[in-house]
Design a binder for this molecule. Structure first.
Ligand code: RNT
Ligand code: ZN
Length: 414
């Protein structure tokens, strides 16, 4: 133990915070890392379909992963530089297919290599049906389509994905989060805002009809997408109401999916009053749902504080969602995930009980004083100690490793 850590430990002890306990809790909180940062949301289907659904990757940084071997090699590199527990978040489009397979025909077999991968790395898996980049997305619609052939195709996909998630859960012996996000919406001003939502509701009822053990179901809302600016079928109110009225279906909050001044940090405690789980997609939205790499900004810290101060570490399922194609993709994973963990650590190092008491006592002078004083406590020293104990670089030296990997592996991918 370094002298400097001993000092930090004492500083926090004065505030009643046990840094040893904090590190123990932090390392057991899994962060679900999205596989799609590694290849700009391309997937392994090789259909030549462009990324669609109002989401976009911008940039052309060399070396993106082109298949299972490359993506897992890159992911391995990233997780070797990230402390604590990890999960991998998969999309249905990342199955391993030996022939052209329609989305309503995928099976668990297509994901066995991922299960073996996850087992050997001792990480969990989360899952997402893929409702975009597919010829059966008609006029930008899937589960809300007025075309029954289209709608039922996507219902079948949704059911397949829940079956797959259950089998993954069985194989790993742990729950799998299965998240439904659809791109459905309109560029043009709608003449019917209710019809598509009633069809989406019907589709969800069909998808969620059976119970799948080990699967945690959730739905993800959005405010708008690129080219889908005037109307989003799966809006916040729609999915909040759906989740609230359907036992076992949760509402996932993606912090890039709200109006620019709206924050999810305040939504977390609101939802905690009603639900025992809140899945998250943490991103860094810049003006729109731009899916930049997560940075350690005030809102990220506020999100982490709401999780910690409400004792909701076991209730909030933290997943990341960004896809930046303009920088080294392995570095993007490392930076974004470490930032999420730094935010949690910093939140764990605050004297929440005392701060809450001050609010209840109406002592807002002391509350302001204390919240500002704790901002400069030596949190970075505890982070360094934590990384060292976890066997990952504590400082920027991880970057050299990624650059060496880039020179040796990524640059060879021509
Ligand atoms: C899109 C949603 C969704 C996707 C991933 C790829 O706006 O955020 O979660 O980013 O499923
Ligand atoms: Zn998302």
């Amino acid at each position: 133990m370094s002298a400097i850590y001993e000092y930090a430990k004492e500083v926090y002890a004065k505030y009643g915070i046990d840094t040893e306990k904090v590190m123990e809790v932090l390392k057991n909180k899994a962060i679900s890392i999205h596989c799609w940062q590694g290849d700009d949301v391309t997937g392994f289907e090789n259909t030549g379909e462009a990324l669609s659904g109002g989401i976009q990757t911008t940039g052309n940084y060399p070396g993106k992963a082109r298949n299972f071997e490359e993506l897992t090699a890159d992911f391995d590199k990233a997780i070797s530089l990230i402390p604590g527990k990890k999960r991998i978040n998969l999309h249905a489009s990342y199955g391993i297919f030996d022939k052209k397979t329609a989305r309503d025909e995928i099976t668990y077999e297509n994901f066995i290599p991922w299960v073996e991968y996850a087992k050997s790395r001792d990480i969990g898996i989360d899952f997402n049906p893929t409702y975009f980049s597919d010829p059966m997305v008609k006029d930008g619609l899937t589960l809300s389509s007025p075309d029954e052939e289209v709608r039922t195709y996507w219902v079948r996909h949704g059911i397949k994905c829940r079956e797959i998630a259950q089998k993954i859960s069985e194989a790993l012996g742990m729950p799998v989060l299965n998240n439904v996000w659809i791109p459905d919406g309109l560029k043009h001003i709608p003449s019917d805002r209710l019809g598509p939502r009633l069809r989406l509701k019907k589709s969800l009822d069909e998808i969620f009809e059976a119970k799948y053990d080990g699967v945690i179901d959730c739905v993800e809302s959005k405010v708008f997408g690129i080219g889908v600016e005037s109307y989003t079928v799966g809006s916040n109110e729609f999915y909040m109401s759906y989740a609230a009225s359907h036992e076992g279906v949760y509402n996932l909050l993606d912090n890039g999916h709200y109006h620019p001044t709206e924050v999810i940090s305040d939504k977390i405690p609101a939802i905690l009053a009603f639900f025992d789980k809140i899945p998250l997609h943490v991103t860094h939205p810049v003006r729109w749902d731009s899916d930049h790499v997560v940075i350690l900004d005030d809102e990220l810290k506020e999100i982490a504080k709401e999780i910690i101060r409400n004792d909701a570490l076991d209730k909030v399922l933290i997943g990341l969602d960004f896809f930046d194609a303009s920088i080294n993709r392995v570095a993007a994973w490392v930076i974004g995930t470490r930032n999420m963990q730094k935010a949690l650590l910093s939140a764990m190092l605050e004297p929440h009980a005392r701060l809450k008491k001050l609010q209840d006592e109406g002592n807002f002078t002391e509350l302001l004083m204390l919240s500002e004083e704790v901002k400069t406590l030596p949190f970075g020293i505890v982070w360094e100690e934590y990384c060292r104990r976890e066997g990952v670089p504590a400082d920027e030296s991880w970057y050299k490793e990624v650059m060496a990997y880039e020179a040796k592996i990524l640059e060879e991918r021509k």
